[in-house]
Design a protein around this ligand. Structure first.
Ligand code: ADP
Length: 224
């Protein structure tokens, strides 16, 4: 599948050394095409987050290859990998990971800065508008609800127009109303051409994706 946006080929990830070794992923191959919306499900501790982190170049595989649009991530220098991460991949985490002393607007601006753009008030504001939070630009994360914080995190993840959004349990800390809003936003992003890969425990959330991959014991148990 040469048209794959993300391709994992026989990827194994082992953490630790000697007797303390844990194989988090075992010989995983997976191809994700542009504009797919994929949900990754499976029990805790079975390798889902590891899979997402390796796809996003946050960590390197012990063996095997990971390609983003044909470029092998493990062959890149740390600087080049960081640049690709900043510009082509948007991460969203369960606990939002916003910087608490910066406003919503400043949190989004930080990502623009990492992506190489200079201070861009207008662009950051447009991103907040896109997630329905233009009126919260000056609020600190602590002044926002969980759902609002997660939408700021999505605006930040979209800052550099990444090819792919990687979300790790994005609704894990949201109530049902905020979850529904977030899913509507993901629907819209997918509709506008984003590739979305989301780890979730929640079958309602997973059902919104177009492809479901289940992971067990570091292997892909089911795909489709
Ligand atoms: P999941 O996302 O499905 O809960 P993870 O990918 O977080 O699973 O973890 C898979 C396995 O790898 C677990 O046994 C976990 O303890 C181990 N693991 C994950 N990250 C690390 C790490 N940084 N160091 C050591 N072991 C880790």
């Amino acid at each position: 599948m040469s048209e794959a946006l993300i391709q994992l080929e026989r990827v194994t990830k082992v953490y630790g050394q000697g007797a303390a070794q844990t194989a988090a992923l075992r010989d995983v191959s997976l191809a994700i095409a542009r504009n797919e919306w994929l949900a990754i499900m499976g029990p805790s501790g079975h390798g889902k987050s590891t899979l997402l982190q390796l796809m996003g170049g946050l960590d390197r595989p012990t063996s095997g290859a990971i390609r983003l649009d044909g470029a092998e991530l493990s062959a890149l220098s740390p600087g080049r990998l960081a640049a690709i991460r900043a510009r082509r991949i948007g991460f969203v985490f369960q606990f939002f990971n916003l910087l608490p002393h910066l406003t919503a607007l400043e949190n989004v601006q930080t990502a623009l800065w990492f992506g190489g753009a200079s201070r861009q008030n207008g662009r950051a504001l447009a991103l907040l508008y896109q997630v329905g939070l233009a009126d919260k630009a000056r609020s600190l994360p602590g002044e926002l609800s969980g759902g609002q914080q997660q939408r700021v995190a999505i605006a930040r993840a979209l800052a550099n127009e990444p090819d792919v959004l990687l979300l790790d349990e994005p609704t894990g800390n949201l109530d049902s109303a905020a979850e529904a809003e977030l899913l509507a936003l993901l629907d819209a992003l997918h509709g506008s051409g984003r590739t979305i890969v989301m780890v979730t425990h929640n079958s309602v959330v997973a059902a919104r994706a177009k492809r479901l991959v289940s992971v067990r014991d570091g292997r892909i148990e089911q795909d489709g």
